[in-house]
Design a protein around this ligand. Structure first.
Ligand code: SF4
Length: 488
């Protein structure tokens, strides 16, 4: 195969630690209650795709998780002298990231910049007015693991092809052009595994086991209609699953080659297809890995049952993250969650029965909500009594139904115009409700999280849980301090 000499940097730039690899959960990790940084799989996928095309001169770095500053970033640029830099951005970090880009573009004007993020999925012209993209050369709004290797190859060797690549924006004579997405890639198995030889896998730790945790993307797409969620927009409503065998091969690759035995099975709703889940669990149980791995996965309370939970547990599942969202039946209905509080309690009861931990995601700040909705959610959170909870304030991401409810033409409060970008779902929220201001929502979030985590029964439960070791206790203390810092 031909080997290309072009130097390519794939980075999460320094700055606020946002979850960048997961376009639907673009959260501020440091401001969250319990989220740990997740591996930079989008960069890993692109590195693997580029290597397949003969690009071997790749520099990959997650400056956020390595806690490196601008100086470290700019020194690396100076030393490595890249031809092209690929940056993964988010709704919340975009202004900061563009500022970083403009700083190094002044020093190295010849370097080609690609910026990837869900915000570029289907750009309306108004977006170009809101953000200054003059230092950026290409935008990727589609699935970058499929798109970026082809785009980078085309930039260096086949410029004419750029016009044919869906899911990107490119510039001609300072004018942006967009190649819209007409469909999603169905065959996820054809992707190489993320290039974990280029990623620092030990940076991403499961706080509950104090072991490195790999993210394994098992499926994309979600058939549900939650009004606040980007997933059905950016990944489609059809679930595109990998074959169970292909997932198992990646688990084995991590286990044998990188000494990783903890996994986060990333999909919009892991339990959406029961047959597929049962097949994967059976494959794991029948493999050499049986009893040697632990994993966590996502669910919603109407897609899980006792039979699944029993088999998931047997195959190594230790924690399920549920989108319980609300304790208000009215809110669950209006947000089109299609679950009830009773279903939430049933699913939680099954997890407790079989000893599977839970992370409960809750959401407040929907346009119709007032104090009583929020107090119902608080009550439901305590009834469920998950091992960890996260409480987000709704962000009206572009292209969601929620965005249409609160966008500048129909905005709830006039002073919120143009405030969608650069905000996050925790401490720097985007919108208020008809009854509550942004500040009131933030105060509710903080006081509920404080009352949940800082109570004797919760702390005693944590400190007397099974398999504790010094590393895990250190993690709990570290996350406890982070929570205190964020809520007091
Ligand atoms: S179930 Fe709802 S919140 Fe979860 S991925 Fe699907 S649309 Fe999004």
């Amino acid at each position: 195969m031909v080997t290309h000499t072009n130097k390519i940097m794939l980075v999460y730039p320094p700055g606020v630690n946002f979850m960048r690899s997961e376009d639907r959960c673009q959260i501020n990790v440091e401001a969250s209650a319990c989220n740990a940084p997740r591996a930079c799989n989008d960069l890993g996928y692109i590195s693997a795709g580029l290597k397949k095309l003969g690009f071997n001169n790749i520099f990959l770095k997650d400056y956020q998780v390595e806690k490196l500053s601008d100086n470290g970033f700019f020194t690396d640029i100076k030393t490595y002298n890249p031809d092209l830099i690929f940056i993964s951005t988010t709704n919340g970090s975009i202004f900061y990231d563009l500022n970083e880009i403009s700083k190094f573009k002044r020093m190295y004007p010849g370097v080609i910049i690609i910026l990837k993020g869900a915000v570029f999925f289907d750009i309306e012209n108004s977006l170009f007015d809101q953000i200054n993209l003059s230092d950026v050369d290409y935008l990727i709004g589609g699935e970058s693991e499929f798109i970026a290797p082809e785009l980078i190859n085309s930039i260096f060797f086949d410029k004419e092809n750029i016009k044919n690549i869906e899911g990107i924006c490119y510039k001609e004579n300072e004018q942006w052009y967009q190649n819209k997405i007409t469909g999603f890639n169905e065959n996820i198995d054809e992707l190489p595994f993320p290039d974990r030889s280029a990623m620092k896998n030990n940076l991403y730790i499961n706080p509950d086991t104090n072991r490195p945790i790999a993210t394994i993307s098992t499926a994309r797409g979600c058939p549900f209609d939650c009004i606040y969620c980007l997933s059905p927009v950016i990944s489609g409503k059809k679930i595109r699953k990998r074959s169970c065998q292909n997932v198992l091969e990646e688990i084995k690759d991590c286990f044998l080659n990188y000494n990783i035995d903890n996994f986060f099975f990333k999909s919009d709703t892991f339990t959406a297809d029961k047959d597929w889940v049962m097949d994967l669990c059976n494959l794991i149980i029948q493999s050499d890995l049986n009893g040697k791995i632990s994993w966590v996965a996502t669910s919603r309370s109407n897609t899980i049952d006792e039979e699944m939970i029993i088999l998931m547990k047997k195959a190594g599942c230790k924690l399920i993250a549920f989108g319980f969202e609300s304790g208000s039946e009215e809110s669950l209905k209006l947000m089109k969650k299609n679950v009830t509080t009773k279903q939430n309690l049933t699913a939680a009861g099954l997890c407790k029965k079989y000893g599977i931990k839970m992370l409960g995601h809750f959401l407040i700040g929907l346009p119709w909500e007032n104090a009583s909705h929020i107090l119902e959610t608080k009550k439901h959170m305590f009834e469920i009594d998950a091992d960890y909870v996260e409480l987000a304030i709704a962000v009206p991401f572009l292209h969601t139904e929620l965005f249409d409810m609160v966008n500048p033409d129909k905005i709830i409060q006039p002073d919120n115009k143009d405030k969608i970008l650069g905000k996050d779902s925790f401490n720097n929220t985007t919108c208020c409700t008809k009854a509550l201001s942004e500040r009131e929502l933030q105060n509710y979030r903080k006081s509920i999280l404080k009352s949940y985590y800082i109570r004797p029964s919760y702390i005693i439960k944590k400190l007397t849980s099974k398999n504790l070791n010094l590393g895990i206790i250190f993690n709990y203390v570290k996350y406890g301090f982070r929570l205190l810092k964020n809520t007091i």
